[in-house]
Design a protein around this ligand. Structure first.
Ligand code: SAM
Length: 248
């Protein structure tokens, strides 16, 4: 497996679009608030958003005072949506796989990415490339699926449940086995990469980053009680992991 482009699959794209347009989803209720809580002041900054998707974050960065935002993505469908719904004079959307971002000639005050590095075959190499795109003093803030989540190989239920279906605890299998994962999720043969937490940390350090902060996803009891079917499992495991880094 190398680079895939599942977001240009009609079924997958539509499922993702519908989930994002219904504001009660994992991105808007969990991931985005935590990520935005880790961002520096954006006023006057040049921002790169890797895997910008439908451009919601890029638009918010522009609204928060960024001087310029470059959003890159491998998916034409995602970028078409971004251009149609989340444009601004200082936002540029560019069709570019993260494996090719070394081609970018600009340098940035902030590099950010939300839930994209799950698809990176060479995480360490990507971190080194990103470091090269950053100005001195720049920050790098990103999220990924938590390794507890990507450890899933699709052959068992993610939770052990009571007879009535209530989640008793999260199941974990093959966490220590790193590498590609191919599962049937929304579409047959969805692919991502699983890495352990220590691999993420050590690859960041080896690429020349100092980690300023790491967070794991959390959600309020109130949200879990309001939406038990969707968010009930979040008490058992963190869906996402977040890092804020600087150049060493
Ligand atoms: C879960 S979505 C997140 C989109 C956006 N960052 C957000 O938070 O709404 C993952 C995005 O990563 C993009 N992506 C997947 N593989 C990629 C690759 N190799 N290079 C660039 N983008 C990629 C997908 O097209 C998709 O837009």
């Amino acid at each position: 497996m190398s680079r895939q482009n599942v977001y240009d699959d009609e079924t997958f794209f539509e499922d993702f679009r519908k989930s994002r347009e219904n504001k009660v989803n994992f991105n808007d209720c969990i991931e985005t608030p935590i990520l935005f809580g880790m961002l520096p002041d954006l006023k006057g900054k040049a921002v790169l958003d890797i895997g910008c998707g439908m451009g919601q974050h890029a638009k918010q960065f522009a609204d928060m005072g960024a001087a310029s935002v470059l959003g890159t993505d491998i998916s034409e469908k995602m970028l078409a949506y971004a251009r149609a719904h989340n444009s601004a004079d200082n936002i540029t959307y560019r069709l570019l796989a993260m494996e090719d971002i070394g081609e970018i000639t600009e340098r940035f005050d902030l590099v950010t990415s939300s839930l994209v590095f799950d698809y990176a075959e060479d995480f360490g190499g990507l971190m080194r490339t990103i470091r090269g795109l950053m100005k001195d003093g720049a920050e790098f803030v990103f999220s990924m699926s938590h390794p507890i989540v990507t450890a899933w190989d699709g052959v068992y239920d993610r939770y052990t449940r009571t007879e009535t279906g209530e989640r008793l605890y999260a199941n974990l299998r093959n966490y220590c086995l790193e590498g590609p994962r191919k599962v049937d999720w929304v579409v047959n043969g969805y692919e991502c990469y699983h890495r352990t937490v220590s691999t993420l940390i050590n690859d960041l350090i080896a690429a020349g980053f100092v980690i300023g902060e790491c967070r794991e996803a959390h959600l309020s009891d109130e949200m879990r009680e309001r939406y038990p079917a969707l968010f009930g499992g979040t008490i058992h495991r963190p869906e996402f992991i977040f890092f804020r880094c600087r150049k060493a």
